[in-house]
Design a protein around this ligand. Structure first.
Ligand code: AHG
Ligand code: MN
Ligand code: MN
Ligand code: MN
Length: 335
């Protein structure tokens, strides 16, 4: 067990021993994410003071109007990884296509690809509510030394090597897994160092929080409507509390600590759901399972979905095991 004052840098070096024949490449990659996170954090912290709030002029591939901080965070993460040439490719929510990183210094020789949601919850930026970054790391499947291909990014979530998020909140945290549990590190703003503050994070087996955008209630599938009725019933341990920030990272972080369920279902307005399989659902599902929770599309495991396109959307049900089991019992009545 690690001491609470272990730094993220020390922790990463120690964890290298989990990986046989390691070259330190994954450690360097996580270190570069840590560095980019600190730069973005600095900008998010002064967002009200400098001209970084509000819309940028572009609509992204998702059909969303980009915020200035979406663009800024995307540039910082892309540049940090590109300049260090520690990955052979990156795909981002904010880029139309994946970016292949190759150069005379041998970017093609790296073995990892990264998929990233550079700024999650961007609709919350202007009102000083927590936002985040989500990342997902895979081994490429095409040969090292050749340019990356789409198939390197379209891998099932079970193939992830590491995944995590940064939450820019009342304190800034980096939470990640390499498949050996979930650990959370809090940034000391004075020193600029992440310290282990939440070792071995686990979802409580059950909880009393449900997180869903109930404004879309009339558009939800019947199974979700029935489950919401269940959450609101007056019994000994219910009604549950509704908590919805509108930043997946923040809603997930709270539910993992307190026990709860997050649902972004299909709706007649968003027939495939809203959240992105590769940038949001897979990394959060990997963390969820590593923390004893369940993450599904309402019926089956998120991590086993075979991706067909980069910006694919899926419905997302994620949280404490017994709560996700319960919503399944309602969903299964309408297969
Ligand atoms: P992003 O800011 O990366 O585009 O993600 C927004 C996502 C997610 O963070 C959040 O949970 C969800 O959209 C909120 O959507 P609604 O406003 O439809 O509830
Ligand atoms: Mn977006
Ligand atoms: Mn997002
Ligand atoms: Mn985003």
């Amino acid at each position: 067990m690690f001491q609470k004052n272990t730094t993220l840098g020390e922790f990463i070096i120690d964890k290298q021993k989990h990986f046989k024949y390691t070259t330190g490449e994954l450690s360097r990659l996580i270190n570069s994410i840590r560095l980019a996170a600190k730069v973005v954090n600095h900008e998010v912290n002064k967002a009200g003071l400098v001209d970084i709030l509000g819309n940028a002029s572009d609509i992204n591939i998702q059909g969303e109007r980009q915020q200035k901080l979406d663009v800024y965070a995307n540039n910082i993460f892309m540049q940090t990884m590109t300049n260090r040439q520690i990955v052979c490719g990156v795909a981002s929510e904010e880029e139309d296509d994946f970016v292949s990183i190759h150069s005379k210094n041998g970017g093609d020789n790296n073995k990892y690809v990264v998929l990233i949601d550079p700024l999650d919850g961007s609709s919350n930026i202007d009102v000083n509510v927590s936002v985040g970054t989500i990342f997902s790391i895979y081994h490429r499947v095409t040969p090292v030394g050749t340019p990356v291909q789409l198939e390197d990014f379209l891998q099932k979530g079970t193939k992830q090597v590491a995944a995590g998020y940064i939450i820019y909140g009342t304190s800034t945290m980096l939470v990640y897994t390499t498949g050996h549990g979930v650990n959370g590190f809090t940034l000391s703003p004075a020193i600029g160092t992440f310290y282990l503050s939440h070792p071995d994070m686990k979802f409580p087996e059950t909880g009393s929080i449900y997180s869903i955008n109930e404004g879309y209630y009339s558009h939800f599938p019947q199974g979700v409507k029935d489950y919401l009725k269940y959450c609101q019933e007056d019994t000994e341990d219910r009604p549950y509390s509704a908590r919805y920030i509108g930043s997946l990272v923040s809603d997930f972080h709270r539910n993992m600590i307190k026990g709860g369920i997050y649902i972004y279902p299909t709706s007649s307005k968003a027939p495939k759901g809203k959240l992105r399989l590769l940038y949001e659902c897979n990394p959060i599902a990997f963390l969820t399972e590593q923390a004893n929770g369940l993450a599904t599309d309402g019926y089956k495991r998120i991590l086993e979905i075979e991706p067909t396109e980069l910006h694919q959307r899926v419905p997302f049900f994620c949280g404490s095991k017994s709560m996700v089991d319960k919503v399944h019992s309602y969903m299964n009545q309408y297969p």
